[in-house]
Design a protein around this ligand. Structure first.
Ligand code: SF4
Length: 241
């Protein structure tokens, strides 16, 4: 496994400034032990397109929680056919899901933050960990202006929560307007929920459309007040190595 020191990562952040440069470096230094995590929102459409212009063999994976909207499955197949790519689909552990819904019901996430986090852990975080254990790096579609938690995120990071592999956020500086412009200019297919008021797309029961004045991630877990709008995949943990 390739591991990077904080000094090396700091140097990368100083040296590499653009999305293209970052993805070229990833292709040259980490492929094939690197993959893009995708939930098939607008940002993912952009990153996937840029990645494939740089390396048609780049890898992509997604987490099928079992609760995704049909529109997300539709765009997965559209992208698969358009680019002739494979998408690695990770599923949650059947026994864990069965135990959870037996004890807490199908829609447990509405009952408490604790239940919602349990559901995200079983349906998202655990399958994600399984995938990341096999990689030296993973690529995200994070942008700095999405949430408070993401404001401090750099383009290259050591992911201490996932064995110290590299986390690459190639569009971290992009604005929402830039994302929309890139999609239009390049005539990219995108998740049809975007046009229905969903700038951020997650599981069907936990995501709703937003009003024009609302925060871009306000539709995620909309019933929760004052909680971080995160599922646990991008929470930074301090280095405890
Ligand atoms: S977003 Fe909702 S349905 Fe999806 S894993 Fe989290 S709590 Fe469960």
């Amino acid at each position: 496994m390739v591991k990077f020191t904080q000094d090396q990562v700091d140097e990368l952040n100083l040296k590499i400034k653009t999305t293209d440069e970052a993805l070229r470096w990833v292709s040259d230094n980490l492929h094939p032990k690197v993959a893009k995590a995708s939930s098939f929102g607008a940002e993912d459409a952009v990153v996937i397109d840029i990645m494939l212009k740089i390396n048609p063999k780049f890898r992509f994976f997604t987490l099928d929680t079992g609760r995704l909207p049909q529109e997300t499955y539709d765009i997965m197949d559209i992208l698969r056919k358009k680019y002739n790519i494979s998408i690695e689909v990770l599923f949650p552990d059947t026994n864990e899901v069965e135990k959870m819904v037996l004890e807490k019901g199908m829609n447990l996430f509405y009952d408490s933050v604790e239940n919602r986090k349990l559901c995200c852990e079983i349906r998202k975080v655990n399958p994600m960990n399984r995938m990341l254990n096999t990689l030296d790096g993973w690529i995200t579609g994070l942008r700095r202006d999405q949430t408070k938690v993401r404001e401090e995120v750099a383009m290259f990071q050591i992911d201490h929560g996932h064995g110290g592999i590299l986390k690459i956020n190639p569009i971290i500086d992009w604005t929402w307007d830039q994302i929309q412009e890139y999609i239009k200019k390049n005539n990219l297919p995108y998740n049809s929920l975007l046009d229905k008021g969903y700038p951020s797309i997650g599981c069907e029961p936990c995501t709703r459309a937003i009003k024009p004045s609302e925060d871009l991630r306000a539709g995620r877990w909309w019933w929760e007040q004052g909680e971080h709008k995160e599922c646990g995949l991008h929470i930074e943990r301090k280095n405890t190595d």
